[in-house]
Design a binder for this molecule. Sequence first.
Ligand SMILES: C[S@@+](CC[C@H](N)C(=O)[O-])C[C@H]1O[C@@H](n2cnc3c(N)ncnc32)[C@H](O)[C@@H]1O
Length: 208
Amino acid sequence: MTLDEYIENHSEREPEYLAKVNRRTHLRLINPRMMSGHLQGRVLALLCHMIKPARVLELGTYSGYSALCMAEAMPESGILHTIEHDDELEDFIRENISGSAHAGKIKLHIGDALEEIAKLDEVFDLVFIDADKRQYMAYYEAVLPKVRAGGFIFADNTLWDGKLIEEVHPNDKQTIEIMRFNDHVANDARVEKVILPLRDGLTIIRKK
Ligand SMILES: C[S@@+](CC[C@H](N)C(=O)[O-])C[C@H]1O[C@@H](n2cnc3c(N)ncnc32)[C@H](O)[C@@H]1O
């Protein structure tokens, strides 16, 4: 047994419907590793139970798994906007969302994250950044003004497979941008932050 399996076996079980979405994602999409999955999904759900967000914004829907995890912990009147630019995923995402008990809380926007953020006239309790790694700084600066004081930003993949502490190839734009993002957030006095070494790194940021 691996330590990851031990942790999953001693944490909240993956809800049946999400296990189905997880399996379907593995069968139908390439790169299922991009999906939050059992453990990170339960962390997102638990954090949302603690924060009780009424307005959530997600950048990067993929199969809809993380959106479903967060929506389950939102009030019935809550709205989660999730943005995905790959229109070939749209039917699959809508299928996954519509079969869930929390479908009514989720609004899918197909388009580029930065363009869609600009169209949303909302104040958010929580933003989950998980789209193009090369644009994390731009996402952060675009969403921070839309987060209420005391609200949160979660940023995924901020440990980027450990590449951040190795020698970086000058063409590796993703690693360079994640490093820039991590440095920027670490030095940003507007927020309180901690990088959790969960999966590929999840940064929890609270706007002061
Ligand atoms: C890591 S996956 C998201 C995983 C999902 N949040 C989860 O945890 O289950 C990243 C997604 O962001 C999408 N994406 C990449 N660039 C984007 C952009 N500029 N605007 C919106 N979505 C983008 C990708 O197509 C992909 O589906």
